[in-house]
Design a protein around this ligand. Sequence first.
Ligand SMILES: *[C@@H]1O[C@H](CO)[C@@H](O)[C@H](O)[C@H]1NC(C)=O
Ligand SMILES: *[C@@H]1O[C@H](CO)[C@@H](O)[C@H](O)[C@H]1NC(C)=O
Ligand SMILES: *[C@@H]1O[C@H](CO)[C@@H](O)[C@H](O)[C@H]1NC(C)=O
Ligand SMILES: *[C@@H]1O[C@H](CO)[C@@H](O)[C@H](O)[C@H]1NC(C)=O
Ligand SMILES: *[C@@H]1O[C@H](CO)[C@@H](O)[C@H](O)[C@H]1NC(C)=O
Ligand SMILES: *[C@@H]1O[C@H](CO)[C@@H](O)[C@H](O)[C@H]1NC(C)=O
Length: 187
Amino acid sequence: MLVNSPLVGLLLLAASVLASASPLLARAASTDSFGLYAYGSGIGGLPVFYSDGYAYIGYGSPLNASSSANVTLTESPGDSTTWAASPNITTSSNATWSDKFFYVPSPQAPFHRVGFTSNSTSYQITSGFTFYGHFTFLVTSSGAWESLFYAKPTAYSGIWELMWNQTDEADSGVVPLTLKNSAPSTS
Ligand SMILES: *[C@@H]1O[C@H](CO)[C@@H](O)[C@H](O)[C@H]1NC(C)=O
Ligand SMILES: *[C@@H]1O[C@H](CO)[C@@H](O)[C@H](O)[C@H]1NC(C)=O
Ligand SMILES: *[C@@H]1O[C@H](CO)[C@@H](O)[C@H](O)[C@H]1NC(C)=O
Ligand SMILES: *[C@@H]1O[C@H](CO)[C@@H](O)[C@H](O)[C@H]1NC(C)=O
Ligand SMILES: *[C@@H]1O[C@H](CO)[C@@H](O)[C@H](O)[C@H]1NC(C)=O
Ligand SMILES: *[C@@H]1O[C@H](CO)[C@@H](O)[C@H](O)[C@H]1NC(C)=O
């Protein structure tokens, strides 16, 4: 349900975008590939990156990770709401993985982490992603527009886990986020 305050704030934001934007601009212009950048209190557009199957934000990577890379996403042919991930070869030319899809946990999932999967389980939602302007949303099968992204601190300074529907903010120091397809300099 749409109960937490960051979501309400975002919906209000979306509503204000709606009010000011032409209907023709409701969807971002189709891009061949894009990165995602996280914005929140104290987080000014950190890039989303891949590390061992999970999504993180920040520069660098968890020091103990075996494979990390900045991520380039591409709308899948035939389903633009499923986003295929690959390493951004400009900054992460050594990364070798491919054929992974961006996912968020389903409402029933016993976890809250966002990641990348080549073979999604019923707990991993890999389709329904879209933009409203530059803002990333999940459009559910019932038609709800959700943005429930959060950053959760890691042991590494400046590196955050990307979470979805994480509600225990007071306990873990998580920060509500919006994810945009525009880097800070162009936002
Ligand atoms: C890949 O990384 C470069 C350097 O940070 C950046 O300019 C470019 O926009 C990125 N590409 C994508 C698709 O994210
Ligand atoms: C992502 O690119 C930035 C430079 O744009 C770099 O500082 C960072 O280390 C890269 N992250 C990974 C995981 O390769
Ligand atoms: C890195 O450390 C974190 C936290 O201690 C742990 O959850 C994760 O599994 C470790 N990753 C690897 C590849 O060892
Ligand atoms: C890529 O691999 C080479 C050889 O292992 C290493 O010297 C280089 O630092 C790596 N580059 C990056 C961006 O990780
Ligand atoms: C968020 O998680 C709770 C359980 O922690 C679940 O009941 C709820 O359906 C989830 N909402 C979404 C939109 O995933
Ligand atoms: C995908 O996952 C299912 C269930 O976990 C498994 O049976 C199947 O072999 C997996 N397929 C691939 C290509 O890994």
